[in-house]
Design a binder for this molecule. Structure first.
Ligand SMILES: C[S@@+](CC[C@H](N)C(=O)[O-])C[C@H]1O[C@@H](n2cnc3c(N)ncnc32)[C@H](O)[C@@H]1O
Length: 426
């Protein structure tokens, strides 16, 4: 199988505790990423409506396990790695989550070397940490429930003391650094201040915005209305090629952008070291439909599929045929890097017959015809496709296509009339 050459600008190596990537794994203790994701799936279900019994769900899932997952999620979303802490300024903040009269405390230490998460209060740190106390159930709802149900009725912030922030007569005191950290955590708990995709792309290090591609404004247009929904997202092509620890930058971007989504990545190479809560990777070759099918039957249906894999037209087209049926009835299917369809080098493309349906852009033209499948007057004008009644929109931008799924079977009274007139004449 033809493999894509490593691009000149490979995404930078992802560092633990960086501004975009996973929180330090030790906040999950011995929990596996899959266990954390399963727990989040249950929390997403329990918090989906105002009348869900979240207390009972947490009791069933385990209070400590739930608290660990929530803290990991807060640290991930808060992107504490880019608060600009300098050497000698490391600070700690305690998250104290209350459940049935118990307090589960976790100390989050932010330093120039990264983020460290420890169970309990950490005694003896200078300055002493600010404490953000809130009910566990309220935090679970704030992170995974619908945005309109987010409240902070039980939150209390215990500041270390005003002696750190009151200016003395002879010197001004800048806001202490922990203000930034507390503010970021509170922002997450309030579901405020989410970055746009362009900013996230740069922060996370994916090439979806920059010198290579400018996809994020198009994604913003199609994805922003879905941002707060419960979603299952699949991206083919995780990045980093053979190196299991490299890549995952766009998966992290999706995880940040869609706070209630479960994000799946498929790659021909093993990427399991990138697995984390809400983010799972699977080894599969998109040129082998049976591997995609097995995956889709296990993890689908999907709300969004993004094909950023081999970019070989035959793979792109067979992947579409395999996965489109596993897209939800109103899902979005994205194909990136359409230009490769014209490039014989590396991607086996072709620029001699631009309508050839064996290449991705020509194939998309068959979907354009399919949009109008009820309008053809001449019998046999085109062979029907299974997708004809299921594609309601095709959005084409430089190098990227967004295919919108929906019901396209409203009928065409005028075409019916013209067909009837033709039949009478003949
Ligand atoms: C361009 S990178 C993906 C970049 C990533 N989506 C991002 O935006 O950061 C392409 C990835 O596709 C993977 N790939 C290549 N051929 C594949 C195939 N046949 N099936 C699945 N993945 C493949 C490569 O290993 C590589 O990691």
């Amino acid at each position: 199988m033809a493999r894509r050459a490593r691009p000149a600008l490979d995404p930078p190596r992802f560092e633990r505790g960086s501004s975009c990537g996973p929180a330090p794994g030790d906040s999950l203790g011995a929990m596996l990423a899959t266990e954390a994701t399963d727990l989040i799936r249950d929390l997403l279900a329990a918090t989906a409506s105002a009348d869900g019994d979240v207390t009972a769900a947490i009791d069933g899932l385990g209070v400590e396990r739930t608290a660990r997952v929530l803290v990991e999620e807060v640290v991930f979303r808060a992107r504490l790695g880019d608060t600009g802490v300098r050497a000698g300024e490391a600070v700690s903040v305690v998250l104290a989550l209350a459940h049935r009269g118990r307090e589960l405390a976790t100390t989050v230490c932010v330093g120039p070397g990264g983020i460290e998460v420890r169970d309990g209060h950490t005694p003896g740190t200078a300055p002493p940490p600010a404490v953000i106390a809130q009910d566990l159930v309220e935090v679970a709802r704030a992170l995974y429930g619908p945005r309109e149900l987010v409240t902070a009725a039980t939150r209390a912030i215990r500041w270390p003391g005003h002696r750190f922030v009151v200016p003395s007569p002879d010197r001004e005191v800048p806001p202490p650094f922990y203000y930034w950290v507390v503010q970021r955590v509170v922002q997450v708990l309030d579901r405020r201040g989410a970055a746009d995709l362009g900013e996230l792309a740069v922060r996370c290090g994916t090439d979806k915005w920059g010198a290579l591609h400018q996809y994020t404004p198009h994604y913003e247009r199609h994805f922003a209305p879905l941002r707060e929904h419960r979603l299952t997202i699949l991206e083919i092509g995780i990045g980093g090629y053979e190196d299991p620890r490299r890549g995952g930058t766009s998966l992290h971007m999706w995880k940040h952008f869609f706070p209630r989504a479960l994000v799946h990545g498929i790659d021909i190479a093993d990427k399991s070291p990138l697995d984390g809560p809400r983010l799972s990777t699977t080894v599969a070759d998109q040129s082998k439909p049976e591997e995609l099918l097995e995956f889709a039957e296990r993890h689908g249906p999907f709300d969004i599929v993004i094909d950023d894999g081999s970019h070989v037209s035959s793979h792109v087209i067979s992947t579409f045929h395999t996965l489109f049926p596993h897209l939800r009835p109103t899902g979005l299917y994205v194909i990136e890097d359409l230009h490769t369809a014209y490039w014989p080098e590396v991607f086996h493309g072709d620029d001699t017959d631009l309508g050839d349906p064996r290449f991705t852009v020509g194939f998309l033209k068959t979907l354009v015809d399919g949009l109008h499948h009820e309008e053809f007057l001449r019998p046999g004008a085109r062979a029907p496709l299974p997708t004809d009644t299921q594609v309601i929109g095709l959005h084409l931008y430089p190098n990227v296509a967004v295919v919108e799924k929906g019901s396209n079977a409203a009928g065409s009274p005028v075409a019916d009339m013209l067909r009837a007139a033709r039949a009478t004449r003949s």
